[in-house]
Design a protein around this ligand. Structure first.
Ligand code: ZN
Length: 458
């Protein structure tokens, strides 16, 4: 049965139409059952509570990340899914002492800066370094002050653009200083970098994230500084007298660790080798439990599959949950999943990733050919009762991206992320920052999209 016919039927709504397909009421009925079951049980939050309380901080390569692998596999087995683990080799970086003290001028408004080492950062030499701080707001400004950079601590103070409605765009623009700042400053001989945290909030919570070193440039220590502290440091620098900071980081990179992607599924009855994937990433940063990033995505994927199982018989195609390991340190889980030899016997029709926080869903993105997009746009009518306002072309994510090259239609549900970067990668990403009903609506949306795709194909 063609999607076009379903679309025509849905578009006419309740008006009797000769084009109305008999399957249309079936999908509306299943979607409504999923919505009711989800909103009644709010099981996604129960999953999240268990994950965050039992496994805690899940930095890739850590014992807690290993515990989260075992825990989520057990949770999916208890829910009645077929489960297994797939190998992923991951990096193991550990945070240590991290301090930044203003040693001159004496009596400054702020004495110690709230900082956190960036993932992959090299440590300072034992005992730390003391250097004058040079503030810049851009890479152009850095280059313009090239002769002032040598042996200094470069302070990238670029705030997120408050005027952008797309907070991910504002984040991406600000986060380039976090990822590339150390390499760019090192080209001019900087001793270390401090990066303004990527958040709209003014507070004393530093936000972690990766630094990317340039293989041909020396690696220098890199830390994020909380926004309130960045503002105070900037005010101090504006007085015109030199500001000297003692920075001490003793983070280290240990040997690689063998870890796992966690897989759970309901096998399809008609085309078991055709897969519709639901995913999030199991690893988190280590300043909080990663309740939004990306505990939410993991539990929404698990809950979506539970919802499908609870309101329908097994779908025609396999619906599979993958909890990817190591998104934060280079997305090797997504890469290794796509490259695994098991994939040779499978065809991934579609993959839906949730990694934008467990907030109220507002939209849904679908990649794929114009033809595929046109056919799947029927989801708009099925998702609207669960709060989705639009379905647009374009979708994907760091972990499912490699499946796109194998022909999978990539989808992402888009929550209202206006407050996401308040907590993202910081000590504020706690269970209490997630609302059970908002979280569940994301799982509902993912369940409906996955079920319909599993029945209809792409
Ligand atoms: Zn994430």
């Amino acid at each position: 049965m063609a999607f076009g016919i379903v679309l025509a039927g849905l578009a006419k709504g309740l008006v009797a139409s000769p084009l109305r397909d008999v399957s249309t009421p079936k999908y509306l009925d299943v979607a409504e059952k999923i919505r009711r079951e989800g909103l009644t049980s709010e099981k996604a939050y129960a999953f999240l509570e268990r994950l965050t309380k039992a496994a805690g901080l899940r930095l890739t390569g850590s014992p807690q990340a290993a515990a989260a692998v075992e825990l989520t596999r057990a949770m999916m087995a208890e829910t009645g899914f077929e489960t297994w683990l797939e190998p992923v080799t991951v990096q193991h970086w550990v945070r240590g002492v991290e301090t930044a003290d203003i040693v001159s001028p004496p009596g400054a408004e702020i004495q110690s800066l709230a900082i956190t080492a960036l993932g992959w950062s090299v440590p300072t030499p034992a005992g730390g370094i003391t250097a004058d701080v040079v503030e810049v707001g851009s890479f152009d400004e850095l280059a313009g002050r090239a002769e002032k950079i040598k042996n200094r601590i470069v302070f990238f103070n670029h705030p997120m653009d408050r005027t952008l409605m797309d907070t991910f765009r504002a984040y991406g623009e600000a986060a380039q200083f976090r990822t590339r700042g150390a390499a760019e400053a090192a080209k001019f001989g900087a001793a270390a970098v401090l990066i303004r945290s990527a958040t709209f909030r003014t507070d004393r919570n530093p936000h972690a994230g990766m630094v990317q070193y340039d293989p041909v440039v020396s690696r220098i220590p890199a830390a994020a500084v909380a926004t309130a502290d960045a503002d105070a440091l900037s005010r101090l620098l504006q007085r015109g007298t030199p500001v000297s900071v003692h920075l001490n980081l003793d983070c280290q990179t240990l040997a690689d660790v063998k870890s796992s992607n966690v897989v759970g599924q309901i096998r399809g009855t008609e085309h078991p080798d055709e897969i519709v994937l639901l995913g999030g990433h199991l690893d988190s940063w280590d300043l909080a439990v990663g309740a939004h990033d990306d505990g939410s995505g993991c539990v929404q994927a698990m809950e979506a599959l539970r919802l499908i199982k609870s309101v329908s018989s097994a779908p025609k195609r396999t619906v599979r949950v993958v909890l990817f390991m190591n998104e934060e340190f280079g997305a090797t889980g997504g890469r290794d999943y796509a490259a695994d030899v098991r994939r040779k016997k499978e065809r991934h029709l579609a993959a839906i990733e949730s990694d934008r926080g467990g907030f109220l869903p507002i939209g849904f993105g679908i990649s794929g050919s114009p033809d595929q997009f046109a056919r799947l746009k029927i989801l708009e009518d099925l998702l609207r009762p669960s709060g989705i306002q639009w379905v647009r072309a374009g979708g994907g994510g760091a972990d499912i991206g490699p499946l796109g090259a194998q022909g999978a239609v990539l989808m992402s549900f888009i929550p209202n992320a206006q407050t996401y970067f308040d907590v993202h990668h910081s000590g504020l990403d706690m269970l209490s920052s997630v609302h059970p009903r908002e979280l569940e609506l994301g799982a509902i949306v993912m369940a409906i999209a996955a079920y319909v795709t599993a029945q209809e194909g792409t």
